[in-house]
Write a protein that binds this ligand. Structure first.
Ligand code: ADE
Length: 287
């Protein structure tokens, strides 16, 4: 997967080089270009914003800068062509192995889409979900356009639909200073779902939201810590019992914290009769 980010603060995207994302870069599972939007300005001040038509506070980002920038990033032309991809900060443990050996086959590559996906983070966007992360994890080319100030001139987003499939997306009901942090959030959620990125392929199968429920608690050694014991069932070696206990914990936590998710799971027919008994009892049926 290729990821390109357009921003006036390229340094904000530095975390993409680290930890598992850095490893994914090193393994050539993802290629990441971070582009400074000011490279597409033509005035001496490198201005990217101007006052809003109709008045009001703040500034709006200029279409005359964003338009050519998005055209170039889609086509790999202009300043976008001379931008070097991010280099992983992860120590090079894989030297000597071919990157294609390390990269898992990608769904997006099997069914090429005509237009790249453009994601525009904005508090006025549709809420980002795990489902979107899963769908977008099979894309070939995803571009993020980071707005600042009062946002980007709407015509940029409207016009970009000629070149991209455009999604305006919010990461939550709060307002950030700009889209960069939202991009970090979305990239992490998307990239960890690409086969080969998480060490253990099963690691994300029990994720919160993956099955419509929140994930239950986890424990590791020691068995007893500060007077608190690991639940006995997890030491029983009985796989069936452990799975049922985890399911119960997941149901009860979801009921307590996210009744909206539970209701959706019920409506989607994702709950068994036994699940419903646990919820009615308000406690695990067995330990
Ligand atoms: N930009 C500012 N606030 C945002 C939010 N909540 N989600 C996505 N992008 C944003």
């Amino acid at each position: 997967m290729r990821l390109d980010v357009l921003t006036i603060f390229p340094e904000y995207l530095e975390p993409l080089r680290h930890a598992l994302l850095g490893k994914a870069i090193e393994q050539d599972i993802i290629q990441v270009g971070v582009h400074n939007l000011r490279e597409w300005t033509s005035d001496v001040h490198q201005a990217v914003d101007d006052s809003p038509y109709g008045g009001g506070p703040g500034m709006v980002m200029k279409p005359s800068v964003w338009g050519p920038a998005l055209d170039d990033v889609a086509a790999g032309t202009g300043p976008a062509a001379s931008c070097s991809d991010l280099i992983s900060s992860v120590p090079h443990r894989l030297l000597g192995t071919s990157s294609s050996d390390a990269a898992a086959p990608r769904l997006g590559e099997e069914s090429p889409t005509t237009k790249p996906l453009l994601i525009v983070p904005t508090p006025a966007g549709v809420p980002f979900t795990q489902d979107m992360a899963a769908r977008w994890s099979t894309e070939k080319h995803v571009v993020f356009a980071c707005g600042r100030y009062e946002g980007i001139d709407q015509r940029v987003v409207d016009d970009a639909a000629n070149t991209y499939r455009v999604e305006e997306v919010s990461i939550g009901d709060y307002v950030l200073i700009g889209g960069e942090v939202a991009v970090l959030v979305m990239v992490e959620a998307i990239v960890r779902l690409i086969p080969g990125v998480l060490g253990n392929a099963a690691s994300h199968q029990d994720d919160s939201f993956q099955n419509g429920l929140l994930e239950g608690p986890s424990y590791t050694k020691p068995r007893r810590w500060r007077g608190l014991d690991v639940p006995a069932v997890l030491l029983s070696g009985n796989h069936g019992k452990v799975e049922r206990w985890r399911r119960d914990q997941s149901l009860l936590k979801t009921a307590a914290r996210r009744p909206d998710l539970l209701e959706a799971a019920q409506e989607a027919g994702l709950l068994t009769k036994r699940d419903q008994q646990v919820l009615d009892a308000g406690t695990p049926l067995e330990e």
